[in-house]
Design a protein around this ligand. Structure first.
Ligand code: RTP
Ligand code: MG
Length: 140
């Protein structure tokens, strides 16, 4: 298995409830390492650009509004099989379907306010990391 990097967001519902440490512990316990991290308040333009792939979906407008409703923590996670491992630790998009012990099962409030984002493939991981981080902000 290859060492990969993936992009993660701790979303506004989680920062609001002061859950960043508990969520990062789940990543670390799964063998993922935080190699870049910053707390930001996304602009509307950043949210719309980041989620442009969902532009035609009915939830796009609400999703962008939610993502600018409070601070987020953007991160790069590194480890063996990091992309799949991160999504496993996150659990299903809808917390009602998320496996016990996953971040979304334990912390998500709804299908929208579901506490975390994680890249879904190597190409999107690379794009999403570049969207928020410069190379010198990532320390492996
Ligand atoms: P993510 O991209 O955030 O890691 O989550 P995902 O792959 O599990 O879900 P995706 O289908 O890519 O959707 C992106 C985010 O949009 C919100 N969403 N709302 N109201 C709805 O039906 C709905 N469906 C999705 C969630 O915040 C989801 O994580
Ligand atoms: Mg997605």
């Amino acid at each position: 298995m290859a060492i990969e990097r993936t992009f993660s967001i701790i979303k506004p519902d989680a920062t609001k409830r002061n859950l960043t440490g508990k969520i990062i512990s789940k990543f670390e316990d799964a063998g993922l390492r935080v190699v870049a991290s910053k707390r930001i308040h996304m602009t509307q333009a950043q949210a719309e650009g980041f989620y442009a792939v969902h532009k035609e979906r009915p939830f796009y407008g609400d999703l962008c509004s939610y993502m600018v409703s409070g601070p987020v923590v953007v991160q790069v996670l590194e480890g063996e099989d990091a992309i799949a491992k991160n999504r496993e630790v996150m659990g299903a998009t809808n917390p009602a379907d998320a496996a016990p012990g996953t971040i979304r099962a334990e912390f998500a409030e709804s299908i929208e306010a579901n506490s975390v984002h994680g890249s879904d493939a190597p190409e999107t991981a690379a794009e999403e990391i570049k969207f928020f981080f410069t190379d010198d902000e990532i320390v492996g």
